[in-house]
Write a protein that binds this ligand. Structure first.
Ligand code: FAD
Length: 427
């Protein structure tokens, strides 16, 4: 196939932010192509098993896609609204089907093409503009021209291919995680165990609402080795370390949630693993370590927690949980101070209040700093080096601390939506 196809917008990466961009771009009448390297959409929301969406937006700016996603997921029993009114509790596996349905809805499908299992391999640039990109789909090369390109790869990979500068402003790194799910858990029994813990409500809580949750029992609980609060589960983790079932590092971050649309599944936001972002050999070894840790954690909960005795490992994330990798230089580099001083901007992409959230490798060095409402300008999504390129999601142009707040899913979706609307206005 060597005939050049032409689009208004090409989005590389069909994950959290890319799907939001593609949905809005095609709905606004722009001829859009969404290119995804996996054989499904959703990125970290599906392949990474990252649930639930953190509550973050304080005003509904650029939340049309998020609302449409919630409504569509309801039809598949793939969503619940938790008792804190967070309606972003999704089922990560079923979300793959939900996203297919949402992005092939009758009012957008005429404007949107999707290419799965496809990656960009060659970029043709003239001055500061991308002219065309060759994509590779197995053995086929597909040349594409477009007016605008959007990097939604989560890693900034496409921008780096285009020669964009990476921000190099911090020695700090976020820890990665490899999430997994256990099935066949007796959550009713586990609730009895949680009730006996008598933990604080902001760490451990449960919820059953017949209408919302199809009579499923839902919960969230956690324990970390950072000492800023009393973690009631930690005594079990410590005992398991003494008995050689867990390693001390397994105590670093232990967090589990029930899963929407399931009466028996429990999702783990752990184990944490080291982030060797510049060393693919070490990163690969870390994945092997992560799966060993999953096995330890599985044996731990089976032995120590009521309700887990007959459980089994049903899913291990196919996408590594990388919180921060590369951030790309944009026209405005958004800073931690912009969050803390609540700086306002002419065209805010979002208004959010999710915390500055650093998962550190060192004990007592993680940060979860509460913030008031902050805004993000569209200029932090405009590539500095390439005039027809936007960067959305995790690799946005922000400093290390600001990125840790803006990376949550709802904010990433608003970034995708804002860029689509911005391009619609200038095209
Ligand atoms: C362990 C972990 C836990 C988290 N917990 C939460 C949480 O509880 N709640 C919350 O709201 N947020 C959470 N987050 C943050 C949030 O999930 C992510 O920051 C967000 O989903 C990132 O969205 P994105 O669009 O940037 O990337 P992704 O969702 O990762 O999408 C990137 C997409 O691009 C595709 N891609 C990559 N390279 C290419 C290529 N070359 N060609 C084509 N396609 C490509 C990928 O396959 C993927 O589909 C967590 C993150 C991690 C890592």
């Amino acid at each position: 196939m060597d005939k050049i196809s032409k689009y208004d917008v090409v989005i590389i990466g069909g994950g959290t932010s890319g799907c939001a961009c593609a949905y809005n771009s095609s709905k606004l009448g722009l001829k859009t192509l969404l290119v995804e390297k996996n054989n499904f959409l959703g990125g970290l929301m599906t392949g990474g098993l990252v649930v639930p969406v953190m509550k973050s937006s304080v005003e509904d700016i650029n939340c049309n896609y998020y609302k449409a996603l919630v409504e569509k997921a309801k039809k598949y029993h793939a969503q619940i609204t938790y008792k804190d009114k967070n309606d972003g509790w999704f089922n990560p596996e079923c979300l793959k089907i939900v996203l297919d349905d949402l992005l092939t809805d009758y009012d957008i499908k005429n404007n949107l093409d999707i290419l799965f299992e496809t990656i960009p391999i060659k970029i043709q640039k003239k001055d500061n503009l991308i002219q065309s990109v060759i994509f590779n789909s197995n053995i086929l090369s597909i040349p594409i021209e477009a007016s605008y390109f959007v990097d939604a790869t989560g890693s900034g990979e496409f921008s780096i291919m285009c020669g964009c500068e990476i921000l190099n402003d911090s020695e700090l790194k976020q820890q990665n995680s490899l999430r997994f799910i256990l099935d066949n858990v007796n959550i009713d029994k586990f609730k009895v165990f949680l009730d006996e813990l008598n933990d604080s409500e902001d760490i451990t809580n449960t919820y059953r609402h017949d209408i919302d949750t199809n009579n499923e029992l839902h919960f969230t609980t956690a324990s970390t080795w950072d000492n800023n609060r009393e973690w009631k589960l930690d005594k079990f983790l410590k005992k398991a370390v003494d008995e050689g079932i867990l390693f001390d590092s397994d105590r670093a971050y232990f967090q589990i949630f029930s899963v929407a649309g399931s009466k028996t599944s429990v999702a783990f936001n752990c184990p944490r693993i080291n982030n060797y972002k510049d060393n693919p050999y070490m990163s690969s070894l870390e994945l092997i370590e992560a799966r060993k840790a999953i096995w330890r954690l599985y044996n731990f909960v089976k032995k120590y927690f009521k309700g887990f005795r007959d459980s089994h490992i049903s899913n291990i994330a196919t996408q590594t949980g990388i919180r921060e990798q590369n951030r790309i230089k944009t026209k405005y580099i958004y800073k931690k101070d912009d969050i803390l001083t609540q700086k306002t901007f002419n065209n805010p992409v979002l208004k959010a209040n999710y915390s500055i959230d650093i998962h550190s490798a060192q004990k007592d060095k993680s940060i979860l700093q509460k913030t008031a409402s902050y805004e993000l300008p569209i200029e932090s999504l405009m590539s500095f080096d390439v005039d027809n390129l936007y960067v959305i999601g995790k690799p946005l142009g922000a400093d290390f601390y600001a990125q840790s707040a803006l990376r949550v899913q709802k904010s990433c979706m608003s970034m995708g939506e804002a860029v689509a609307k911005y391009i619609r206005n200038i095209i």
